[in-house]
Write a protein of this length. Sequence first.
Lengths: 423, 404
Amino acid sequence: MSSTYTDSQGRPLIAVTGAGMVTSLGAGKAENWASLTAGKSGIHRITRFPVEGLRTTIGGTIDFVEVEPLTVPDLSEKLAAMTGEEALQQSGLEIGDFPGPLFMAIPPIEVEWPQRTELARATNVRPVTYPAILDIANRYPQHHARFMFGGIAERTAERFGTKGAPISLTTACASGATAIQLGVEAIRRGETEAALVIASDASMTSESMIRFSLLSALSTQNEKPEGASRPFSKNRDGFVMAEGAAALVLESAEHAHRRGAKILGYIAGVGERADGFHRTRSNPDGKAIIAAMNLALADSGVSPDDIDYINAHGTGTPENDKMESLGVSTVFGERIREIPISSNKSMIGHTLTAAGAIEAVISLLTIEHQCVPPTINYNEPDPTIELDVVPFKARQHRVRHILSNSFGFGGQNACVVLSAEPA
Amino acid sequence: MSQKRRDVWITGIGIISSLGEGMEPHRAALNDTSGRGPVLDRDALAPYPYHPMCEVDLSAQIPRRGDQRQMEPWQRYGVYAAGMALENAGVKDNADLLATMDMVVAAGGGERDISVDEAVMTKLAEGASLGDRAILEQLNGDLRPTLFLAQLPNLLAGNISIVHGVTGTSRTFMGEEACGADAARIGHARIAAGQSEICLVGGSFNAARPDMLLVLAFAEAALRGEWKPVWEREANPGAVFGSMGAFLVMESPEHAKARGARPLAKLTGIEADRCARKPGEAGEIAHRQWQALSPSTEGKPLAILSGASGAGAATAEERAFLTSICDVRPDTAVRATGTMLGHGMEPQFLLNLALAALTVSDGNIFPPRDATGLEKPLSGEVRHAIVTGWGHWRGEAMALVEAV
């Protein structure tokens, strides 16, 4: 094998030859990129379900895609299909006969309230009990496959003809990055020459919002929805929940070249380190997130001096942005003042399971257009966070190497380095 | 690119189930011939029998009460079993090693608050609507923040990081039975390829859950009524849930030798695939997997630990496959572990890997429990075991475990 196709450690170079995305800003890369670089927000008042009495009444629901019935698995699967098709079309690979496995980040799945309502109303037993609805559950065989954890990936694997056992995974808000990581590792092991990575999250229901509210994780700036997501601002008060999906076609560079595919960029490296400090907070020493970034850089062979842009996790929670700022300042030292770092979540909210993959696709667009999308809503900079967050306006900038961060509940920290050309 | 593949050893096992905690009570109960039978609770979820978790002193592995309170039972079982596996591997107190140890967890959904669900469903049945302020306020008031964290699948891994300090990499797979096999497959592949040196792989399941039963009940895949051994459920098919936690420490031989650890067994290979279960498809996949894994065991006594659930179609297809194997390999012994342990969804395959390691390290397979004749006695030293997993719906997996 020619060294053109291997990285500095002798492993196959991982090329991205197709990408797709959908967020509350719209479907497809073109529409999203236009809005992201125009500083537009996709956050709005929620109309999907009644919000009266909820602490948070805004979010980034995707209301322009219809499924019946509207459940988390049905909509998540649909978004996955849309982005998978966009990515495959771009890659030039045949839809329905993908030459490798599927790695899929999905939200947790369970029977939902509309279906529980259906069951409760179908039984004559009062008060309604689980034994009572269990007795009539067999009238709803369609809900079995619908609410299997493996159901979305099963149907997606069938749709795209991926090979082998599909993997459904969750590492909370780092899931999208973890899915990329698993695809990269599989190709590096030589198990496959291509991997389809999809991360999809359409989990906005009244109960899921209540759950995050109970952890005081969500912004309650309901009056002006588009201004609520305020990463790195002094007055940030939580993240804004949102839906979205992204897909990436990963291939060994050799495979991509052999079939003449256009390469959008490379996944140069991945890094991960768990944090055992607390269920929802990072260790104040920042060691795990610092290690995750350093491991990704070391894995990629890209020096910290060569990172041109950081696609931040930047959720807009007081805790995350403080810790991420500490982390990047430690990893990059004084140079952090010269590296633009922006949060896509200021515009599209926090797409949870999908975030890492969506932000990887946005990073590839950043490389393609040599333009960094902004952090909007940066009206009151946090004086303790001295970062160049690219406020309000997109910026033309030379970008060869990007670090993309993803951190999640449960001590999950995963980072990805994306490059225009191999390091 | 052609990295040298390495062997993968199993150097630690932690199992907990209705039969007890640790290897010894499992060995004793599975080999028992006094007719003791499985441990079953026939009342709590009647008409659905299930295998309840044994009495367990959580503080032995989860010393801080505060940590215990942050978890629901499925997570406690998993964190407990993980601690046992780390102890068994001799790494429990090696903080430096644990800090870079890899982890792959197979997890299902967290537990719902049954009483809140029932109260809200009653109101909804009586005419309230989902968007009513009263319903939202009830959910807002009655759902506990800790319950949410206990519902997130990746918080089993998160709690293992917190309680045991395993903080290298942490990946959680979902997807019922198949994800247990995939967790083992990825942990194994990473070590074999040199991407990892030591990896904690496992999962856990709480059977005492009507909310989880509901998902199977949609497909009539859970057994109602009289309990029978897995292969004897033809007239009344269905899975019987079993509570369990099963964790394995997988390790490269170099890494194990360097710290003076001995292998319990070798995990030679794992194959996993999927199909839409058109007639014969799953059997074809299983035969391919058998061809990939079994040749080295030719002519030697072989145990086949089946993860058959008892659910109708999948169990019948797996039985047909196993029968065809036994026809050509008379020196095989099939055992459906679900008969004594129940069906534990995500960790089922992992528990069977642990029992396979136990089997080959002991050198003998426990006796049959099957009046249909598929399970047969086997004599001779058993140094090879195949583990199968067909799920109750999707996912075909097979592994080979061998004595070292």
